[in-house]
Design a protein around this ligand. Structure first.
Ligand code: HEM
Length: 135
């Protein structure tokens, strides 16, 4: 669930108070305060995305959408300042993936440690055994 953009930000244009739906908690925000939206933390919330470090393709199916609230999954942000190139980026990723799978075979190497942390304490690397098919 690791997002390429780990967070985004918004500047508040008016003094505001945000209150939870049940009214038990509220936060005051002043005009010009910068609010950070923690995309990485949202995507690693195991309440909605169990085992977030695993690639589980079924998470991205239409059936799964009702299992998490709006704004829990924000790879491209949201609203008027959301990523303008979302469609282009998704298309590019699909083309690149198709090209790689068509021409190479990928096997995970025993040395690979899956990256789980936003700021890893030590440098981690991902090792693959890549075999070339043909063009
Ligand atoms: C996997 C690829 C990409 C991801 C995950 C991504 C993600 C994001 C995110 C999270 C934001 C902030 C949205 C918000 O604050 O609500 C953003 C903004 C933006 N992205 Fe992307 N992006 C990707 C690729 C691209 C590409 C390929 C381009 C240009 C060709 C692009 C152009 C922009 C621009 C111009 C903005 C600022 C939009 C604005 O402020 O109105 N992005 N992107």
């Amino acid at each position: 669930m690791t997002p390429p953009a780990p967070f985004t930000e918004r500047r508040c244009v008016n003094d505001s108070v945000l209150t939870t739906e049940d009214g038990r908690c509220s936060v005051s925000i002043r005009k010009d305060d910068i609010i950070q939206i923690p995309i990485w933390s949202l995507h690693y919330n195991e309440e909605y995305f169990p085992e977030p470090e695993k690639f589980l393709p079924e998470r991205f199916s239409q059936d799964y959408h009702h299992k998490y609230p709006n704004y829990a999954y924000l790879p491209f942000g949201s609203g008027p300042r959301a990523c303008v190139a979302k469609s282009l980026a998704l298309l590019e990723a699909k083309i690149a993936l198709i090209w790689l799978i068509k021409h190479f075979k990928f096997d995970k190497c025993d040395k690979t440690k899956v990256r789980r942390y936003f700021f890893p304490k030590k440098k981690t690397s991902i090792f693959f055994i890549i075999s070339f098919f043909s063009f």
